[in-house]
Write a protein that binds this ligand. Structure first.
Ligand code: ZN
Length: 127
């Protein structure tokens, strides 16, 4: 996403990393299934290394083009995690002008907005 219009008229921009008004989240019902899938796939990757079938496993899990990238084990584990994580990950933004929270709906990618009842609720997504 690059821009999201808020009801107050402000345009929320997402064109860089480490935004103070953006957060990613995993819905609670998806949290444990996500990690179970990641742990299972990392375990299968480790088994393929032990069994000397690493290249075949990488090609089957990802693609033959991906297998040609000759990535390190660390990069492979990172991509195993990312593949599951970004299927589940959703985004929320807080409008810097009015404080509204915009939460991404999973199936449609529509953003529902919620207006805080206190001005002190601004910057709740900042680390
Ligand atoms: Zn706003």
């Amino acid at each position: 996403m690059s821009k999201l219009g808020c009801k107050c008229g402000h345009v929320i921009r997402d064109q860089t990393d480490s935004l103070s008004y953006k957060a990613g989240f995993i819905p609670d019902k998806a949290f444990y299934p996500l990690y179970e899938e990641v742990y299972r796939n990392i375990g299968l990757f480790i088994e393929s290394i032990k069994n000397n079938t690493r290249d075949e496993w990488i090609e089957a899990f990802f693609t033959s083009d991906y297998a040609l990238l000759n990535l390190t084990d660390e990069q492979i584990v990172n991509d195993i995690f990312d593949r599951s994580y970004f299927e589940t990950y959703r985004t929320m933004y807080q409008c810097e002008n009015c404080g509204r929270i915009h939460i991404q709906e999973q199936r449609t990618n529509y953003f529902f907005s919620f207006l805080p009842d206190s001005a002190e609720a601004r910057n709740v997504l900042d680390a």
